[in-house]
Design a protein around this ligand. Structure first.
Ligand code: CTP
Ligand code: MG
Length: 279
């Protein structure tokens, strides 16, 4: 069986984020973005080994974070390069296996789900290259000199996310072919540009956002709040099937959400508004 490697790219400087430290060290819900992303890979049943590519200037900070967390899957801590492409190549080149599955992920996307990781690994059984993308809710327009050139059909357009996943031998070859090529987009872009085969697309999650601008951290904070409140609810309420539940204040807000969730989980739910109950 091929090993599944997660390469986490955390060697950017986060110029657009404009904070004192690169954005991977900014905290969401008490933990750095880096820790959230590492947690996803560490906990995943579909990842055997993690390779972390970091900014050399922040090695000490990363080492302290790793010591605190006791991750068991991280096998390498590598200094990245000046571009994302270089960082990705440094990660890929460090793998000694002849063949493996490689999932290259932006550290700046801490909301990657296990569902996406699993589907990527599944897809690598049939394809040598796999991208993750979501439909675009906005119309995408092609512009030149501030004038619309064309409006491509939206149904054919998707927004690329990560991980981008490959058979090791293929992505190695793509990077070797493009060594002197500065005109590239990302790893999947190399496969397409050099005609190295089909790239299958796994459907991503809208919440798998990339922290890029300062405002993204507010969105990220909200997403974490929603995730952390959803999980205990569904876990604690899993034994509720066929039970009878009466919810006072169940006609709106949190009460209404609990009623909806309980119904979905198979409970018989009676709701009453707090105003009616007080009468
Ligand atoms: N990345 C990297 N090495 C680089 C550049 C980027 O490992 N030389 C990583 C970033 O750390 C990030 C991911 O690639 O997790 C996606 O890149 P991006 O969002 O562009 O991050 P930055 O390059 O850090 O941000 P900016 O472009 O605003 O400077
Ligand atoms: Mg960048």
């Amino acid at each position: 069986m091929l090993k599944n490697y997660g390469i986490i790219l955390a060697s950017g400087i986060g110029a657009r984020y404009k904070s004192d430290v690169p954005k991977q060290f900014v905290k969401i819900a008490g933990k750095t973005v880096l820790e959230h992303t590492l947690d996803v890979f560490e906990k995943s049943d579909n990842i055997d080994n993690i390779i972390l590519v970091i900014t050399p200037d922040y090695r000490q900070m990363v080492e302290e974070i790793l010591l605190k967390n006791n991750y068991s899957k991280i096998s390498k801590l590598l200094n990245g390069g000046d571009t994302r492409k270089e960082s990705s190549y440094i990660g890929i080149s460090s793998i000694e296996d002849e063949e493996a599955n490689v999932l290259i992920h932006d550290c700046a996307r801490p909301f990657l789900s296990e569902r996406v990781i699993k589907e990527c690994v599944e897809a690598l059984k049939s394809y040598n290259a796999v991208d993750v993308a979501v439909a675009s809710p906005d119309t995408i327009i092609k512009v030149k000199d501030e004038i619309i050139e064309t409006i491509p059909e939206r149904k054919n357009l998707m927004r690329g996310q990560t991980p981008q996943c490959f058979k090791l031998s293929l992505i190695r070859k793509a990077h070797e072919l493009s060594k002197n090529d500065q005109n590239f987009t990302d790893d999947c872009g190399l496969i397409v540009k050099y005609n190295l085969g089909e790239v299958y697309v796994v459907s991503g999650d809208m919440e798998n956002i990339k922290i890029t601008y300062p405002s993204d951290i507010f969105m990220a904070d909200r997403l974490f709040q929603v995730k952390s409140t959803l999980f205990p609810q569904s876990a604690a309420m899993s034994g509720i099937k066929d039970k009878v539940l009466v919810i006072f204040g169940g006609t709106s807000g949190i009460g209404e959400s609990i009623a909806d969730l309980a119904k979905k989980l198979g409970a018989q739910v009676f709701v009453s508004s707090t105003r009616t109950a007080a009468r």
